[in-house]
Design a binder for this molecule. Structure first.
Ligand code: 5AD
Ligand code: SF4
Length: 470
């Protein structure tokens, strides 16, 4: 036990109670002579993908097999995203459509979880207007899924596990991974940053780090199983360890993982420019097992807007970070998130974002038009720019980034890259460079799972074309 840690760990006894309930759910189906199937639909970010793998792990322990669609499934779980309004509207639409699958299969149990489940406005709406939904559980209650399922199956009563909690960490939950080459490893949960536009700190709670020993054990196990590409996940990985009181920070953790023997790559996301710094970049540069890839969201290039976003860095500090990282890692692949049209942003301020993008020369960007999230400070700010203006800015941003991505991809032509061959696309193989860029190449599917060298022969905005080196 780590006496210094500030956030609780779910006890083994509590977990054992859940595992006992898994056995009772499995018995429920066995006694009826049925083999139940589950369908899990995931929206949003990699954190949700990772949570869905744990949900499938628990369902598997409850005796469920898996379906590719909601039709005919005995349990449907919608793991949702709340980051933008559009994401929520899609979920409500798809949730509404489940009235039909349930009518055709009346025993179907429907649950909603993930970030939307952390908002009272959403759960109230589900209670009132979506009577076919059997239960809701927030991310804090994921580990209690067996209990929720057992209650709903045996009582038929709608059940909500949504109490707002500071949050805890549940270690050792079973995981059913989607892919046998690439694995997500959550190293921490929640976020303390309260960027003024963002709902995440409200729905996922405060930052809680996993113990380094637990993370290392999971990574060692993945490498031993043959996983080749491990992505460490957290809303803000750079503040890893602050709540542990052990003096281990993210750079220390990364270094320990990079020392695990084996042929694999580690990536991580997301980094916050406020907390990322030279120590991290030095560790990245030192170890070949750490991918030279950095997702460092800047959000915008204007100091007034950055301040209003509560980002705690300015343009100059960001550019200095990038300069240092590129100097240490010449082939670094750098990506970012950008929000266009934050409340009160002017055209001139938006143009500062364009100039920053040009100055940095990102490999790719994830671009978003600002979406007001009720309950966040930014949603209260005056927002005079029109939707049409914001759309025009957004199009200018995308056009600029496309031309930069295209140029950066062209520069790969003639170079030799080490790639992990990870799948097929039509007749071609797909692969990822160490920096995470997509490469298509001809070759036998037997090569999937291998690191190989390729010569890049062509490119477009989104991907590279390569020839296998013998
Ligand atoms: N509107 C638009 N984009 C948002 N993001 C977070 N909140 C919002 C919002 N309210 C973006 C940020 C973040 C990414 C995951 O989503 O760019 O980095
Ligand atoms: Fe949201 Fe900011 Fe936390 Fe990222 S760092 S999850 S943008 S509050």
């Amino acid at each position: 036990m780590n006496e210094n840690r500030k956030t609780p760990v779910i006890s083994q006894e509590q977990l054992d109670q859940q595992y006992a309930l898994c056995a009772r759910v499995a018995e429920y189906w066995r006694s009826r002579g049925q083999s139940p199937v589950a369908y899990v639909e995931t929206y949003g970010c990699q954190q949700n993908e990772a949570d869905s793998e744990r949900i499938r792990g628990l369902l598997s322990q409850c005796g469920y097999g898996f379906a590719q669609e909601a039709e005919g499934a005995d349990v449907v779980i919608m793991n949702t995203c709340a980051i933008r309004e559009h994401a929520e509207q899609r979920v409500f639409g798809n949730l509404g459509a489940l009235t039909h699958t349930k009518r055709r299969h009346p025993g179907q149990k429907i649950f909603l979880c993930g970030c939307m489940a952390g908002q009272t406005v959403v759960t109230d709406r589900i209670k009132k207007s979506y009577p076919h939904v059997d239960g809701v559980f927030s991310t804090h209650h994921l580990w209690q899924l067996p209990e929720l399922l057992y209650r709903v199956l045996t009582t038929g009563k709608r059940t909500f596990f949504i109490e707002d909690e500071a949050g805890s960490v549940a270690e050792g939950l079973p995981v059913r991974r989607d892919n046998n080459l690439k694995a997500w490893v959550s190293i921490m949960y929640g976020c303390n940053n309260f960027c003024t536009y963002c709902i995440v700190p409200y729905v996922r709670g405060r930052e809680r780090s996993r113990e380094p020993e637990e993370i290392l054990a999971e990574c060692r196990d993945l490498v031993a199983q043959g996983y080749k590409d491990i992505t460490l996940l957290g809303q803000n990985v750079n503040s890893y360890g602050k709540d542990l009181g052990k003096g281990v920070d993210f750079a220390d953790l990364l270094e320990q993982i990079a020392q695990i023997p084996g042929d694999f790559l580690i990536r991580f996301m997301t980094s916050h420019p406020r907390d990322a710094g030279p120590k991290l970049f030095d560790v990245m540069a030192k170890y070949p097992r750490i991918a030279k890839q950095l997702h460092l969201p800047v959000q915008c290039g204007n100091d007034r807007v950055l301040k209003a976003m509560n980002r705690h860095y300015d343009r100059a500090k960001y550019l200095e970070l990038v300069r240092y990282a590129k100097e240490k890692m010449p082939g670094l692949v750098l990506t970012s998130d950008i929000i266009v049209g934050f409340p009160g942003e002017t055209e001139q301020e938006f143009e500062d974002t364009l100039s920053l993008i040009e100055e940095v020369g990102y490999d790719a960007l994830f671009t978003f038009i600002y979406s007001p999230r009720p309950g966040t400070p930014a949603a209260e700010l005056p927002d005079p720019a029109t939707k049409a203006e914001k759309n025009t800015w957004f199009d200018r941003l995308c056009a600029l980034q496309n031309s930069i991505s295209e140029k950066r991809h062209k520069a790969y032509i003639g170079t030799n890259c080490r790639v992990l061959i990870d799948g097929t696309d039509g007749d071609l193989l797909t692969a990822r460079t160490e920096g995470g860029r997509l490469v298509r190449l001809a070759g036998s599917p037997d090569l999937i799972g291998q690191f190989r060298h390729v010569t890049i022969t062509g490119s477009n905005t989104w991907s590279l074309i390569g020839d296998l080196n013998e």
